[in-house]
Design a protein around this ligand. Structure first.
Ligand code: HEC
Length: 154
């Protein structure tokens, strides 16, 4: 093989490596989505992934309800346990395939909600101040609605 062809081979090889790296990065960054009719980004998921995501969402709503109920009844124990239910430890159960399909931006918002619930649980235990809980919940709900405005399931 002449030197020229060998060199061309290496150049092509590096071009392939760069294209693969760009595609991998793009996938990690944008996840597996398409533009939906309502202009939100739609996640392209398998049924089991969608079921998991929506079950997690209903868990969030359940926590929100239990927390508000706890605030009304002045029951810090209930707030603590409801906030913990939606804490970060929940993230460990996310199927790896679903994790891969979520855009970076969405993952960030999801993580921040889980962390905020953990912080709420911690503060409920240490401070026992329901006004503080309410303001934390208010902040969390802003992230819930921000994510819903941007993303949906196909
Ligand atoms: C990181 C993004 C994200 C965050 C944060 C988020 N959600 Fe969602 N949620 C979604 C997506 C995507 C759907 C699917 C919506 C669709 O297809 O229209 C959804 C759906 C839901 C549903 C419908 C569930 C079903 O069975 O159909 C509920 C209820 C819900 N979310 C509650 C919440 C609450 C409460 C919070 C905050 C505590 C929250 N979500 C935070 C992304 C998010």
């Amino acid at each position: 093989m002449s030197k020229g062809i060998a060199r061309l081979g290496w150049i092509l090889f590096f071009i392939m490596v760069i294209i693969t790296a760009v595609m991998a990065w793009q996938f990690i960054y944008t996840g597996k989505t398409e533009l939906a009719s309502d202009n939100r980004k739609a996640l392209i998921l398998e049924d089991f992934e969608k079921d998991f995501l929506l079950a997690e969402m209903r868990g969030f709503l359940n926590s929100v309800h239990q927390i508000i109920d706890g605030i009304e009844k002045d029951n810090m124990e209930q707030i603590l346990s409801a906030a913990k239910d939606s804490g970060f430890s929940d993230v460990a159960n996310v199927p790896a395939s679903l994790r891969g399909k979520l855009p970076m931006e969405m993952k960030k918002m999801g993580f921040s909600v889980h962390r905020a619930f953990d912080q709420m649980a911690l503060d409920a235990e240490q401070l026992g101040d329901k006004e503080h809980t309410l303001s934390q919940l208010n902040e969390i709900l802003a992230t819930c609605t921000a994510c819903h405005a941007l993303y949906r399931v196909r």
